[in-house]
Design a protein around this ligand. Sequence first.
Ligand code: GLU
Length: 298
Amino acid sequence: MTGESAPRGAGASEGGETTRFAPSPTGRLHLGHVHSALFAAAAARRAAGGRFLLRIEDIDAARCRPEYEAGILEDLGWLGLAWEQPVRRQSQHLAEHAAALERLEAAGLLYPCFCTRREIAEEIARSARAPHGPEGPLYPGTCRRLSADQRRARRAAGEAFALRLDVAAALAASGPLSWRDLGRGEIRAAPEELGDVVLARRDIGTSYHLAVTLDDAVQGVTLVTRGEDLFHATHVHRLLQALLGLPVPRWHHHGLLADESGKRLAKRHDSLAVAALREAGRAPAEVREMAGFPGPAP
Ligand code: GLU
């Protein structure tokens, strides 16, 4: 399970990077997304042979809507961006996600978790020593301690479950890992910081961590660019690459745009949606500049 190919980093083959912008169609694009999209496109255009891809992260059918996807494509085109075809939609690749889960499960690295959010919160509140990570309390491991018989019985009874990565077992299988961030240098992978993450949600059978890792590999992405809010997730992705024998890209986590008061821009800033700025009469070049990229579209 650990057979991992040699790092295929940027600077590979023709010198150009393959990058991607990977929005979730759960709303319209705002300036923070524009920054991310321009950051990825600029990295691809830096050298001859670079490729800029687009991926729609639509595994969460309850939150994603086709009209948001159409709006995203329209906004990106209006901004002057051009991406390679075809656009990849994660929801069309669920069978590949399931196959990867089967491999991890066969290697004994996953376990079913029957806990509801509420049960997890209660367990954390009960335990004075509940482990915390950079993103908050970690899953306390309740279902990791179930016996094989208990698991079988609860599955057979039709109880809903998620699949979690047993991060200690996975790290024992992979050995120490590291990854390279173009901004921060060589990073020791510390996936244990996020605990036993969910790789298959009980409602959708896959997860952000699994889908993003598989898709970046399938799409041949050599440089993963994204906001630094996802920095810790990269530890988990690096581990999944090792376990599944996937190529290892490099990463560049960029800073997040803030408003004048220093508060991070979020999707609820409707006035900073590209569509709203466009309606207010802003030109594409102005919006690119507001997002930190003055000059022609990359
Ligand atoms: N789909 C994720 C988002 O919209 C980004 C995925 C990634 O770049 O890893 O936040």
